[in-house]
Design a protein around this ligand. Structure first.
Ligand SMILES: Nc1ncnc2c1ncn2[C@@H]1O[C@H](COP(=O)(O)OP(=O)(O)O)[C@@H](O)[C@H]1O
Ligand SMILES: [Mg+2]
Length: 114
């Protein structure tokens, strides 16, 4: 499994953002997580990328626990957010080089010059 989630919950005070979610996503699949606003999709993604700590339950991405090794997970996956705000003063190539440099990615200079 690429993603394994077991009983994952996130509480913000009295708000239960994610309530005991369990699911498996096998490798090579396309998986959609859909639901109304406020149903906990973003919070789930944030927990899978180590940006939010689960209140309870567990998750692994590529076998890595984002709660204990967020950088390990983030170095191996990519996210295209709903809204992105790249700095308007950078060209597309400059933005690619900038992100490549802060993430220590190889080949972004060549890709930016392509
Ligand atoms: N940082 C936060 N602090 C407090 N409540 C939050 C926070 N993030 C999300 N929530 C609440 O958790 C619930 C789920 O939100 P969210 O994961 O953004 O849902 P979705 O992405 O499906 O629209 C909502 O009630 C939202 O208001
Ligand atoms: Mg959302």
């Amino acid at each position: 499994m690429i993603i394994e989630i077991r009983g994952l919950s996130k509480h913000y005070g009295d708000t239960i953002a994610v309530d005991r979610l369990s699911l498996d996503v096998p490798g090579g699949s396309v998986y959609g997580l859909r639901g109304p606003n406020g149903s906990g999709k973003s919070t789930t993604i944030r927990m899978l990328t180590g940006q939010a700590r689960p209140t309870s339950g567990t998750a692994t991405v590529l076998g890595i626990d984002p709660a204990t090794d967020p950088e390990g997970v983030r170095s191996r996956l990519g996210i295209i957010p709903e809204q992105e705000t790249p700095p308007s003063f950078l060209t597309a190539a400059e933005c690619l080089r900038f992100v490549g440099s802060i993430r220590n990615l190889e080949g972004t200079d060549e890709a930016a010059d392509w």
